[in-house]
Design a protein. Structure first.
Length: 333
């Protein structure tokens, strides 16, 4: 078996699972079309100044990715060029699951600039490791303060007085589609063969983690690189929170910034378990559920998530695609 065939075989389960999640979310949206339409209508009357701040937050996300990658790379590359690559990587990330598109773009970019493939993969892995560590640290921190934050939220946002709606067939459809996709992928290979490959991947991941930890120790010995790595990784969830908070404020939802951070860190951690392109699908459903759990109406929750997707995905998609094509033509990636 060639390397390409092994890669395609190993990626097939993720592709099928991502397709299952995407289809389930589309069907769920069609089933609740009235709520989606009402959410879009509420977004149409949003405050423009807050939406502008949300747009600036999206640009700041690219800047944070640039800073963290500069801290993880073994050599110093032009900042403007690294920023342009992050814009292009965001386009590919929305096409492939689990951030694999951005990883491939960044590795190719570093190789174009004389960095070996092993060092490039190590730099991107280190960047992902730092992002995961800071995300978990922030999540642990907000969990400790979540009771007081939610308590204050109860006063500021009125909760519905009637009985909670039954999840109905929509939630069952999402769960069933994910389970069916996962079960189908398991039947593609013999159990022993599948378990053997799973064990081999786990061992490879453990070895990669050890290499990344060793690289992290090396980076920490350079204060400048360490500061860039941690600063960029730490500000990423803050800017995501800022975008979501700005959209909620544009919809005139009286919610605190700390409460929005609790919601975003919690639901993004859960949605990360579902390998969907750009997090689309799993994160959307989790965000709507999280906002609704705070007492926001379903219309407002759907409108806020639609606005979050428009600001962070759909509006930047065309310029990001143009940047990707430009960098390809100039052989920068």
């Amino acid at each position: 078996m060639t390397e390409n065939s092994r890669r395609s075989g190993s990626s097939l389960p993720k592709v099928l699972l991502s397709a299952g999640v995407a289809c389930a979310v589309v069907v769920l949206g069609v089933m609740h079309r009235a709520t989606v339409d009402a959410g879009g209508d509420s977004l149409a009357g949003a405050d423009g100044e807050w939406l502008l701040l949300a747009g600036l937050g999206t640009v700041a996300l690219w800047a944070a990715c640039t800073v963290s990658l500069l801290g993880s790379m073994p050599v110093r590359l032009p900042v403007a060029r690294v920023f342009a690559v992050q814009v292009a990587a965001s386009f590919v990330n929305h096409l492939l699951p689990a951030g694999s598109g951005g990883i491939a773009v960044n590795v190719r970019f570093m190789q174009r600039h004389g960095i070996s493939r092993g060092s490039a993969v190590g730099a991107v892995g280190l960047n992902s490791l730092a992002t995961g560590i800071t995300h978990l640290a922030l999540l642990a921190g907000v969990v400790l303060i979540a009771p007081s934050t939610v308590g204050r939220l109860d006063v500021r946002v009125p909760r519905p007085t009637g009985p909670l709606p039954h999840p109905g067939p929509g939630a069952a459809l999402v769960i069933g589609a994910v389970a069916a996709a996962a079960a189908f992928t398991l039947t593609l290979k013999r159990p022993r063969r599948w378990l053997g490959r799973l064990a081999a991947r786990a061992a490879s991941a453990a070895r990669q983690m050890m290499r990344e930890m060793a690289e992290l120790k090396a980076v920490l010995r350079h204060p400048g690189r360490a500061a860039a790595l941690w600063l960029g990784s730490l500000t990423l969830p803050f800017f995501h929170t800022l975008v979501l908070f700005s959209i909620l404020q544009s919809l005139r939802v009286p919610i605190a910034l700390g409460s929005v951070m609790v919601i975003y860190l919690g639901v993004s951690s859960v949605a990360a378990l579902i390998p969907s392109p750009g997090g689309i699908g799993g994160l959307d459903v989790a965000l709507v559920t999280g906002l609704a759990a705070t007492g926001a109406s379903s219309t407002v929750a759907v409108g806020a998530v639609l606005g979050y997707r428009v600001i962070t995905v759909w509006l930047p998609l065309l310029p990001a695609a143009g940047m990707f094509a430009l960098l390809l033509r100039r052989r920068i990636i």
